[in-house]
Design a protein around this ligand. Structure first.
Ligand SMILES: [Zn+2]
Length: 122
């Protein structure tokens, strides 16, 4: 159980952000982006129907459905992520963070200022 350190993202929040993303999809802002047809990742041009909405910071990592965190993404780049279900995404992120965390701990044992360090706000 101790491997499951606090993600601080609860499913309710993810559901809320998903709903916000759906609303954003209907805005002129998003429609204009899709009409432009440029994939955020590969920079190629696609017909609007080929573009999907992507969160730069995944919701499972605390990302929000804001204009700054949402980009158009072609299916190819989206598939490149190989995430078929939200739970896969969460597990993959956890796995990667675990490894990053271990690497960071090995390198800097006495510098306890990781990016995830909680409760340092005064
Ligand atoms: Zn692309």
């Amino acid at each position: 159980m101790e491997d499951w350190y606090d993600m601080r993202v609860d499913p309710a929040q993810i559901a809320k952000e998903r709903a916000k993303a759906r609303e954003l999809r209907r805005t002129n802002w998003w429609q204009a982006l899709v009409q432009k047809g440029i994939c955020h990742y590969c920079g190629r041009k696609f017909p609007p129907s080929e573009l999907t909405m992507d969160h730069v910071v995944p919701l499972s990592r605390g990302g929000r459905s804001t204009k700054g965190n949402i980009v158009p993404c072609c299916k190819e780049c989206n598939n490149g992520k190989k995430y078929t279900m939200p739970v896969d995404e969460i597990l993959a992120e956890l796995d990667r963070e675990d490894r990053e965390r271990e690497a960071a701990q090995g390198a800097a044992d006495d510098a306890s200022c990781g990016p995830e360090d909680p409760a340092q706000d005064v």
